[in-house]
Design a protein around this ligand. Structure first.
Ligand SMILES: [Zn+2]
Length: 215
């Protein structure tokens, strides 16, 4: 996107408020005209120039070409990167929201991307959190349950070998270590994944049963 120059917020807002149909900008010998009257997007910024969700404030308009010359509103971050501001449809168009000014609010591009077709950013985040988390939880819990199964196998083997002449010390050490390991895995599952012990053991039994069935 080619940029001609930037303009102070008030210069543009005053022009929009005064219902000027268009604005002519001259910069370094180049003269371009942008339309103001037909733009509900620009009129949205009369309601405010900060994001209704995260609150970042716009700093300036930029005269940009793509393909026609138009105005875009930007916030400038401390690291020098720009964040574009957008005109968000309060009730998403996908849900029957209208294109009118009353259904619009200023929102930064990142928040708008998050909101997508939801009624609010919060709702979108809530929904996005739910889905992958469940799948992730199941995958990760299964990973730990496999570890637990391995612990159980080692513990059983250690008990069988405890009276193994000459090696009882080694097996009792393995038994202690594995029992400790099992406790660690269990607490990881309980703390990190909020799975109660009962549920973990139920899952383990299921696995053992299905393994037996497949033999
Ligand atoms: Zn925002």
């Amino acid at each position: 996107m080619r940029r001609l120059c930037t303009l102070p917020l008030d210069d543009v807002l005053v022009a929009i408020r005064n219902q000027r149909g268009k604005m002519t900008i001259t910069h370094e010998g180049e003269k371009v005209t942008v339309s103001l009257s037909a733009s509900r997007r620009l009129k949205t910024y009369l309601k405010g120039t900060s994001c209704v969700h995260c609150g970042i404030e716009a700093h300036y308009f930029a005269v940009e070409q793509g393909p026609r010359w138009h105005l875009n509103l930007y916030h400038l971050k401390e690291n020098g990167k720009e964040v574009m501001m957008t005109s968000d449809h309060i009730v998403p168009k996908a849900k029957g929201g209208t294109d009118g000014l009353h259904n619009r609010q200023p929102m930064c591009q990142p928040c708008n991307n998050l909101k997508a077709d939801y009624d609010s950013v919060e709702q979108a985040l809530e929904n996005k959190k739910k889905k992958p988390k469940k799948a992730k939880l199941r995958r990760t819990a299964n990973f730990f349950i496999k570890k637990l199964l391995r612990c159980e196998q080692v513990i059983n083997k250690a008990y069988e070998n405890l009276d193994n002449q000459g090696k009882e010390h080694a097996w009792s050490k393995i038994l202690d270590q594995t029992i400790q390991r099992r406790e660690e895995v269990l607490s990881q599952l309980e703390d990190g994944y909020r799975l109660p012990k009962v549920e973990i053991y139920e899952k383990m039994l299921e696995k053992i049963d299905s393994r037996k069935a497949s033999i």
